[in-house]
Structure formats: structure tokens, C-alpha cells
Design a protein around this ligand. Structure first.
Ligand code: ZN
Length: 121
């Protein structure tokens, strides 16, 4: 993943300001910074950012349940082993995906908003 360069979506994915690629996108673990500290671009849209959490939980759920089914059919794990392996994995995946996914959405929104603003001029 290239830092700095690339598309607005790519910069968002990397947790950087979609406009300049320098400022940090996040103020806390998943809280968006209101503005870029480097270029001043508004990062958190006034209407509130898209919350990708439900989407991530759904995607991780499908992935983990699918993997658990394959393992169950092939290796017939006991239930406790499934719980010990899949629950932390699902939780970890959700947390790991939350920041990049949110950053990606901000990057895409930035591009869409930027294009809209240009069209109106
Ligand atoms: Zn910036």
C-alpha cells in the first residue's frame, strides 16, 4: 500500500486525509477527526459519516460461519473448540476492518463530494 500517493479512497483506506494524504483521519480508535490537521479539509461530514459497522459484521459473519462449516464438515471439531476459535476471530476481524472500511468510505465520500462541488461551479 503506497502512503501519500494514490487515490482518495486509497488514502482513506490507509487512515490518512483523502485530500492531502498527510493528516490523520482518526481522532480516536474509530472517531473521525472533524478536520484534517494538515490541510483543513472537513473529514467528518455534517450529516454524520456512514457507519460501516453493520456491513462489516455481516461480511465477517458470513466469512466466519462459512469457515466454521467447512471445518465442521472436514474435521468435526467439538463445539467448545469452534467457540474458542471463531468468536475471538470474528470479533478481531470486525475491529481490524472497522478503521480501514470507515477510512475507505470517507475517501469515497470525499471524491463524490469533490466532484459534486466542481459540477456546481
Ligand atoms: Zn489533509
Amino acid at each position: 500500500m503506497s502512503a501519500g500517493g494514490g487515490s482518495a479512497a486509497g488514502r482513506g483506506l490507509a487512515g490518512r486525509c483523502p485530500a492531502c494524504g498527510q493528516g490523520r483521519l482518526f481522532d480516536g480508535f474509530i472517531r473521525l477527526a472533524p478536520r484534517c490537521s494538515v490541510c483543513g479539509t472537513e473529514l467528518a461530514p455534517p450529516g454524520g459519516a456512514e457507519d460501516p459497522f453493520a456491513l462489516i459484521v455481516l461480511a465477517v459473519g458470513i466469512l466466519v460461519v462459512g469457515a466454521a462449516l467447512v471445518v465442521e464438515i472436514r474435521y468435526a471439531w467439538p463445539i467448545w473448540l469452534h467457540l474458542v476459535v471463531w468468536l475471538p476471530l470474528a470479533l478481531g476481524l470486525c475491529l481490524a476492518l472497522l478503521r480501514p472500511t470507515r477510512g475507505l468510505l470517507v475517501g469515497i465520500q470525499y471524491r463524490v463530494r469533490g466532484a459534486g462541488a466542481r459540477d456546481r461551479r
